[in-house]
Design a protein around this ligand. Sequence first.
Ligand SMILES: C[S@@+](CC[C@H](N)C(=O)[O-])C[C@H]1O[C@@H](n2cnc3c(N)ncnc32)[C@H](O)[C@@H]1O
Length: 289
Amino acid sequence: MYKHTTVLKKELIDNLNIQNGQVIVDCTFGGGGHTKEIINKIESGVIYTFDLDKEALENMNKDEFKKEGIKVIPIKDNFRNIANHVQEADVIYADLGFSTNQLDKEISFKSNGELDLRIDKSLNIKAKDLVNALYEKELVNIFINNADEKLARPIAKEITRYRKNKLIENKEELRGIIREVVEREKINKNDRLFNPEARIFQALRIAVNDEYNALGDLLKESFNILKVNGRLGIISFHSGEDRIVKKYMKTQIANAQAKWVVEKLRPNEQELRNNSKSHSAILRIIEKI
Ligand SMILES: C[S@@+](CC[C@H](N)C(=O)[O-])C[C@H]1O[C@@H](n2cnc3c(N)ncnc32)[C@H](O)[C@@H]1O
């Protein structure tokens, strides 16, 4: 079953100026929490719902997403291809990242099994292919650019040393390599931000799924198909994503193509208390002018 608590539900939907009869695009359907909020709000309209995840797509067929007057069109594709499916929209939003299921199982750094980390299984390259094939310097760049990992250099060095004897196949092996470096470097493990296993896995997942380029494509293509006065909202979950969103939106504003609706909003105290996964969420919304 798809497990996920929707983040910034009201804050996102209330600021998108949702009206009857609009064309709305949910780029990251997941459990449909945001879509449901919209369906409760309007009597007519078309909602395109994108996702790559099999279970999310199964959710789209549930009765709770059916309402007379509203047409929901499910699309199994990467959101970077939005313009292949939608010609014009009034509202587009994405709640980036992954569901609790995905984070707890297949892409988790804690679980065991093949070092794969692909969300879209039609992609060809797995995380193990990257750690076994890339030059040490390329691994360092991935670990720093995608996760600001302080131990990027010694971990990349240890990976290249290890793979001379045996190719890395599974998550357990990669965790063992990281632990080896942590022991050797005598790091203070009480540091709250210290979690190299989570960061290295995150960095590889972003690389395998080409997440930063997909987000860049999504922003560009969405803005092209957005109507004038239409709104684009993005919830991001780590600094790398937010940097891309902020830069893109600021550029559109500087070029007099858009104005801020929400420059930066974080979850309130109550949401932070109730959902630990909401801690890093940042919402930004622009309106096309
Ligand atoms: C945080 S969840 C969305 C949760 C949803 N808003 C809710 O309230 O239930 C993000 C979803 O986006 C999907 N996703 C991530 N990257 C994607 C991409 N590039 N294209 C399409 N879907 C993507 C994931 O599979 C996941 O189901």
